[in-house]
Design a protein around this ligand. Structure first.
Ligand SMILES: C[S@@+](CC[C@H](N)C(=O)[O-])C[C@H]1O[C@@H](n2cnc3c(N)ncnc32)[C@H](O)[C@@H]1O
Length: 328
């Protein structure tokens, strides 16, 4: 660490800075207090992602059933040069929800950005992934930022006003209700400025059987990921929830065009968290994630309604996944 830096800024190596706006544990207890008082009980999927959650998500990406990652990687490999050409030289490339920063590697050589800014809520995993990237790409300048992009956020003040572009893979936009997705696209646009480009991966509508399989893998990794929420509550808020007293349930809802993920209580129980009792009937669930599915044209319409111009859309031959290039 270098002296004279702001408290939330760490200089890891000459070309790797880390800006820390990580949410506090109180955010988790507040989210439980408000979401578990509603019917049905709910909580944002952002709380899956502590270090263990990020590791489990990486395992999900390797599952046979989880076509999302493989298909997006295939599209990125195929179109890296075209994507780079559309972003242009001397760019500041901001990645939203960068996770393990693996997909960015597929376009880095073609793009050679002046600055790469991975943004993620999962602090330790972000530092680890950005450090690995810094080691593998010695020419790359990295400013990693830990923040929650579902709240009001700004880029660090010193972010250069270069040719800014955002990369938002993994269909993470699908975790937001379409109205909130539109708000997030608008917030990203503001951060990029006029002329800024967004490269965004969006999962497509498809037969229910394929979708249900992707979120109910036979090895139970997605179930473990879902239950990590309960483990995290135990770890961070010093509780003793029995994770086995809940079951993973994920299904496609046609009326909402979304996968819903739930934790269903296997029994009637009372869970005590920081002095507050939460009552569960047998079969009662906590709604933990939505993953909205779009047609390419529906998503383009959402982008237009958010003030963006769709420039290009790449789709695989089996029409499983789409990558959109949008301009503000
Ligand atoms: C579905 S994973 C995608 C990871 C990676 N981009 C990929 O495509 O494989 C979502 C990522 O976004 C991060 N994330 C989730 N909610 C977030 C939030 N509200 N703010 C910042 N990052 C968030 C998670 O930590 C995780 O790395």
């Amino acid at each position: 660490m270098t002296e004279n830096l702001q408290p939330n800024l760490q200089q890891h190596t000459a070309d790797f800075q880390f800006h820390d706006f990580a949410p506090k544990s109180e955010d988790l207890s507040q989210a439980i207090q408000s979401g578990w008082s509603e019917k049905p009980k709910n909580i944002s999927p952002k709380f899956f992602y502590d270090q263990r959650g990020s590791q489990l998500f990486d395992k999900i990406c390797q599952l046979d059933e989880y076509y999302v990652t493989r298909t997006e990687i295939m599209l990125l490999e195929k179109h890296a040069n075209e994507i780079a050409k559309n972003i242009g030289d001397n760019s500041c490339l901001i990645e939203m929800g960068s996770g393990s920063s693996k997909k960015i590697r597929l376009i880095l050589e073609a793009l050679r950005p002046a600055l790469y800014m991975p943004i993620d809520i999962s602090r330790e995993h972000l530092i680890e992934s950005a450090s690995l990237l810094a080691k593998d790409y010695s020419w790359l300048k990295i400013n990693a930022v830990c923040l929650d992009y579902s709240e009001q956020w700004n880029l660090p003040d010193e972010t250069p006003r270069l040719n800014r572009a955002a990369f938002f893979p993994g269909s993470s936009i699908g975790n937001f209700h379409p109205l909130q997705a539109s708000q997030l696209l608008q917030q990203m646009s503001q951060a990029l400025g006029k002329g800024g480009k967004i490269i965004i991966g969006v999962d497509l509508k498809k037969p229910e059987k394929q979708l249900n399989a992707a979120y109910n893998d036979k090895n139970g990794i997605t179930a473990e990921f879902n239950k990590n929420l309960l483990h995290r509550i135990n770890r961070e808020l010093f509780c003793d929830i029995n994770p086995d007293s809940f079951s993973h349930n994920a299904f496609y809802s046609h009326s909402h065009n979304r996968i819903e993920m739930h934790l269903v209580s296997n029994q009637q129980q009372v869970i005590s968290i920081q002095g507050i009792d939460y009552h569960f009937d047998k079969g009662e669930s906590i709604h933990t994630e939505c993953s909205y599915k779009y047609s390419a044209s529906d998503f383009q319409q959402l982008a237009v309604n958010s003030g963006l111009t769709p420039l290009k859309c790449w789709i695989d031959n089996e029409a499983k996944f789409s990558i959109h290039l949008l301009e503000y």
